[in-house]
Design a protein around this ligand. Structure first.
Ligand SMILES: [Zn+2]
Length: 690
């Protein structure tokens, strides 16, 4: 029986994935087969009697797992984007298989001794090459150095120096962790899907905007209800209710359901959290680190938890009083409007939006008609063209895994092919919440030559209904811009070695390319390029645009405070000895108290659905959002100063920050672009907090 995941000659266009042919039952045999290939390749590297070199060791190792990486990347992409129960269950087999294989390489003494020899020859006994971004040859030297160093460090960080017994324990820990991550996020998704609110009384939905109601009506019909509106906990469905629904009880019901997902219900994640923390701590101890956070931060721009914490604490000092003052104003309005005394979390979105309307005289819902999804995408592509000279061409002959997915070829200003972009923009029960970018193929050197990247952008935006197309909230347009920024980081990558390409940078740098894209949407010159009314074609009225821009820092204190709450909670979990944690909820509440201005939603818990840190790559890394935002604010100030479409500065950003991937340390990239070290207060200055 042929298996499309093993067909090599399918590669009719630089290896597009034959999504239309792949079935769940193809994965396991493909993984098994490709594991066998990878093992054989590593045996050959081990048995090579020549002295170890960069080429016969580091590079060959990079090639050795190519087939395996391909199938794994397809599997994990769809696990998040389009997976049913059967598909998800497979992760409990595939994850440990991959983890065990990874550990077997990382703890292999023969391979490590070869890597060590190459590291000594290429890095220890050689001067570190200085980057020169216009000199391709010099950059190749930098890459070779950094790649070798990266591989050597990853062996050390994965136990190569441990004794046999400890190596075995480390492998067991990794295998167990590899199963717990998918388990955790499955619970979150199942808990999200388990809740539905069917409303039939028009009084209950008073205030909810027409667009959200027609979506809820459509949903009710889809689910076989005769009448009424069906709400759930997916963002496009839930946010309009929390923001606009006049009926306080409905807001309360939804908020409580959302905030208690996977906590004390049948998808409870508390035990998973405890186990994950135990294993991470044990892992860190084995490797000689005080805590998991110390282990993680060793390979970050911040370098240690203390630096990251003092960065966050400084923001806190400015943000807390600001947030407090903002909340007083919101509460005062609640009192004035509805005589509300006991302000609760489910009142926050509602009254802060009312205050925004009062102060800036516009309702964000008013903007939707100017931001039809297709127009917004086109607008974003047009902006990218003006910034970086690229062109996107929609293609319809690339196989996709769901009918909602569209595919785009991306071309550089000299018409060379940059890569392939998949867009998957609407919510589904088979898709995780939130928005993200993923790489299917990274850019760089493969066994059979250089390849351009294939990347995906995934989101859950307001879907279209029978009556109207997908009309987005402005925040949703920002979300696409953000993810498109990550995609560009992948697409512009111009590295030689794929292990260094695109977003494979130090984690606290990775949000710079994404967050910076959002800035253009807050510029008149850029918005005027595309914001047109979907029915009349009328441009976004200047007056409305001015209000949007005037309101951009509305409630900035509370928004920052929420980010700090997550970042500090993440650090608290990963800096504390898990043996001291008996109760998940109690630990969380104690930690976030300083960062919370409202009473807690009863029976709520953030950690139990905090997939970023318990199932994604953000453990001891949530601070990266704020860290990278500070870099981004500083980088943006230069672009703003020189002109937002000035190629002198935008092309420099493209060629230094976006194209160099992890060829050198991110600080070198930043300094080369900005002409100096980052300004630590750029973020606070931009938000008007300092
Ligand atoms: Zn991001």
């Amino acid at each position: 029986m042929s298996n499309p995941l093993l067909e090599k000659d399918y590669l009719h266009r630089l290896g597009v994935v034959p999504f239309h042919l792949i079935k769940t039952e193809h994965y396991l045999p493909a993984i098994e087969k490709n594991l066998e290939i990878a093992r054989k390749n590593f045996e050959e590297i081990k048995n090579n009697s020549e002295p170890p070199t960069f080429e016969n060791t580091i590079l060959e190792m990079d090639f050795a797992g190519e087939e395996l990486d391909y199938v794994a990347s397809v599997y994990f992409n769809l696990l998040a984007a389009e997976s049913d129960a059967e598909y998800k269950a497979l992760a409990q087999k595939i994850s440990p298989m991959l983890s065990e294989f990874g550990s077997s390489i990382m703890t292999d003494e023969v391979i490590f001794s070869k890597v060590k020899t190459v590291f000594e020859n290429e890095c220890l006994n050689k001067e570190k090459p200085e980057p020169d971004f216009k000199n391709k040859k010099q950059m190749l030297r930098c890459e070779r150095y950094r790649f070798t160093e990266k591989v050597y460090k990853s062996f050390i960080r994965n136990g190569a120096l441990l004794n046999a017994e400890d190596k075995k324990r480390l492998t067991d820990i990794d295998i167990e962790l590899s199963k717990l991550g998918p388990k955790f996020s499955d619970n979150v998704l199942d808990a999200t899907n388990a809740f539905e609110l069917h409303l039939t009384d028009p009084q209950d939905v008073e205030g909810i905007p027409e667009s959200a109601l027609s979506a809820a009506l459509f949903r009710a019909k889809q689910k076989g209800k005769d009448s009424g509106w069906l709400f759930n906990l997916q963002a496009p469905n839930m946010i309009p209710v929390l923001t606009y629904c006049k009926n306080r009880n409905i807001r309360e019901t939804l908020q409580k359901a959302y905030a208690s997902r996977a906590f004390k219900d049948k998808f409870d994640n508390q035990e998973n959290i405890k186990r994950i923390l135990q294993l991470r701590k044990e892992r860190a101890t084995l490797l000689g680190f005080q805590t998991h956070a110390h282990y993680v931060l060793k390979e970050r721009m911040a370098a240690n938890p203390e630096t990251a914490l003092s960065f966050l604490e400084r923001i806190y000092d400015f943000v807390y009083p600001k947030a407090k003052a903002e909340l007083l104003e919101i509460k005062a309005l609640a009192k004035e409007m509805d005589d509300l005394e006991d302000f609760m979390p489910w009142d926050y979105n509602y009254y802060s939006n009312k205050l925004k309307e009062k102060k800036f005289h516009y309702d964000p819902e008013q903007l939707r008609p100017w931001f039809k999804l297709e127009d917004s995408l086109e607008g974003l592509f047009l902006i990218a063209q003006k910034i970086y000279g690229i062109t996107l061409k929609q293609v319809d002959d690339v196989p996709v895994y769901h009918k909602d997915v569209t595919t785009w070829e991306v071309y550089a200003d000299d018409n060379s092919f940059l890569g392939l972009l998949y867009l998957d923009m609407f919510p589904r029960e088979t898709k995780r919440g939130g928005a993200w970018m993923n790489t299917i193929y990274g850019q760089g050197l493969y066994k059979d030559g250089m390849k351009r990247p294939h990347v995906v952008n995934i989101a859950s935006l307001t879907p279209s209904t029978d009556e109207q197309p997908s009309l987005l909230r402005f925040e949703e347009v920002r979300t696409i811009a953000h993810e498109f920024g990550h995609a560009l980081h992948g697409l512009f990558s111009n590295c030689h070695y794929k292990a260094l390409a695109g977003p494979s940078v130090l984690w606290d740098f990775v949000e710079l390319p994404s967050q910076i894209m959002e800035n253009w949407l807050l510029e008149k010159e850029a918005l005027n390029l595309f914001a047109r009314h979907y029915q009349t074609g009328e441009p976004l009225p200047d007056e409305l645009l001015d209000k949007v821009l005037a309101a951009r820092y509305f409630n900035v204190g509370n928004l920052f405070l929420a980010q700090l709450r997550y970042a500090m909670l993440d650090f608290a979990w990963h800096l504390t000895d898990p043996n001291e944690i008996t109760d998940v909820a109690e630990f969380e509440n104690k930690t976030i108290e300083r960062f919370s201005l409202l009473p807690f939603t009863p029976n709520s818990n953030i950690s139990c659905c905090f997939s970023h840190i318990f199932a994604g790559g953000y453990s001891a890394g949530y601070y990266s959002y704020s860290w990278a935002e500070a870099l981004e604010a500083d980088a943006w100030s230069l672009i703003k100063e020189k002109g937002i479409f000035n190629h002198e500065v935008t092309y420099a950003f493209r060629d230094i920050i976006l194209a160099q991937g992890n060829a050198v340390h991110p600080m070198d990239l930043f300094v080369a672009f900005r002409g100096r070290q980052p300004d630590p207060d750029a973020l606070l200055k931009r938000g008007g907090l300092i």
